[in-house]
Design a binder for this molecule. Structure first.
Ligand SMILES: [Cu+2]
Length: 318
C-alpha cells in the first residue's frame, strides 16, 4: 500500500513538473488542471469512490458491486491448485478458500444445504455445471468437472463461519483448440431431456424482477417437482461480458404449506444493468437434476432519465 501511495505521489509529482514545463511552454494556465486529471486516472478505483457526483450509479459503492468478479474479498481468497488443465469428462479440480489468517478455511455455514457451491461456466456460455465439491479436513475442496477446451470461469459461493456470504471468481484454462460459440439470441423456452421449461418475466435494470419458470413434460405440467437444495429449483444468473454473478432467490420453500411443487417455480432477481443475462435453472424430478439454460436481455429502468446512463454505469467512468 505504502509503495503504491509513494508511486502515485511520485507520478503526480512528475505530472506536476511535466505539466508545469508544458504550462510554461504554452504560457499561462494549464498547470493546475494537468496534475488533477492525471491523478484521477492513476488512482483508478480509489478515484471513483471519491466521485460523489455519480449519483444513483450502481458502481459507486463496494457493497453494490456484483458478486463473482473478484478472486479475493473481505480477506478470503479463491486459490485453484491448477490454473490450466487438460479437457475431459471428469477432470479433477481442487482448490482452497484461504482465510484472513492465510490458511485454508475449514469452518463454513450451510447455504442452500451446502457448505460451498461451485459453478463452472465456459466464458462463451457453451458449458455450465453447478456442483458441490467435497472438502478434506485440511480445507482442500475437490470435484471432477466435465471440461471442454476453452476459458472457464469458476465461482465459489460460500459463507465462512462468522463472515458474510460471498462469491469469489477465478479463471481456469482448459487446453486445446476451440472455436468460441456464437452469441446466443434471447431464449425463453428450452427443452432438456423431454422437459420443456419456459421463462416468464422481464429483467429491468435496478429493479427486483419476478421470474416464473414453468416445467412441462410432453405438454403436461409437472406438478411433482422434488426439492433440490431447499427449493424447487436453483437459479444462477450471469451477465454477458464480465460474467457478473447475480443474486437470485426463490419464492417460498418446499413444505411451507404455500409453495407448490410445480409446474411454476418463482424467483426474484435484480440485475444491475441492461445487458444480456444467461440464466441456468437446476430442477429435480424423478430423482434426476437437470439444467435448463436461458438467455434474456435486461431493459433499462425507464422510470429514470435516459438510457445512456446505463452505459456510464457499466464503464465505471465518464
Ligand atoms: Cu449449489
Amino acid at each position: 500500500m505504502s509503495v503504491t501511495v509513494k508511486l502515485v505521489g511520485f507520478l503526480v509529482a512528475l505530472a506536476v513538473v511535466f505539466g508545469g514545463a508544458v504550462g510554461i511552454g504554452r504560457a499561462v494556465g494549464p498547470v493546475d488542471a494537468s496534475p488533477e486529471a492525471d491523478h484521477g486516472d492513476m488512482e483508478g478505483m480509489e478515484g471513483m469512490e471519491g466521485m460523489e457526483g455519480m449519483e444513483g450509479m450502481d458502481m459507486s459503492g463496494a457493497a453494490s458491486i456484483p458478486k463473482g468478479l473478484m478472486v479475493s474479498q473481505n480477506g478470503y481468497s479463491f486459490r485453484l491448485d491448477q490454473t490450466t488443465v487438460a479437457p475431459g469428462s471428469a477432470v479433477p479440480v481442487s482448490f482452497t478458500i484461504e482465510g484472513p489468517d492465510g490458511s485454508p478455511v475449514t469452518e463454513y455455514d450451510l447455504e442452500h444445504e451446502k457448505e460451498l457451491h461451485l459453478i463452472a461456466v465456459r466464458r462463451d456460455f457453451s458449458g455450465f455445471q453447478h456442483v458441490h465439491p467435497e472438502r478434506a479436513e485440511d480445507g482442500t475442496w475437490s470435484v471432477p468437472l466435465a471440461l471442454t477446451a476453452g476459458q472457464w470461469r469458476l465461482f465459489a459461493d460460500f459463507k465462512a463461519s462468522g463472515a458474510e456470504a460471498i462469491t469469489l471468481g477465478n479463471d481456469l484454462a482448459v487446453r486445446g483448440a476451440y472455436r468460441p460459440a456464437a452469441p446466443t439470441t434471447d431464449t425463453r423456452s428450452v427443452t432438456v431431456d423431454g422437459y420443456t421449461v419456459t421463462l416468464d418475466g422481464d429483467l429491468v435494470s435496478g429493479e427486483e424482477a419476478r421470474l416464473t419458470l414453468s416445467v412441462t413434460r410432453d405438454g403436461v405440467p409437472v406438478t411433482d417437482l422434488e426439492p433440490y437444495l431447499g427449493a424447487y429449483g436453483h437459479l444462477v444468473a450471469l451477465r454477458s461480458g464480465d460474467l457478473a454473478y447475480l443474486h437470485v432467490h426463490p419464492e417460498g420453500t418446499p413444505g411451507d404449506g404455500e409453495t407448490e411443487p410445480g409446474p411454476d417455480v418463482v424467483f426474484f432477481a435484480t440485475v444491475p444493468s441492461s445487458h444480456r443475462y444467461h440464466l441456468y435453472l437446476d430442477f429435480k424430478h424423478e430423482g434426476v437434476v437437470r439444467t435448463a439454460a436461458f438467455t434474456v436481455t435486461g431493459s433499462a429502468d425507464t422510470s429514470s432519465d435516459d438510457e445512456s446512463d446505463d452505459d456510464h454505469a457499466d464503464d465505471g467512468a465518464h
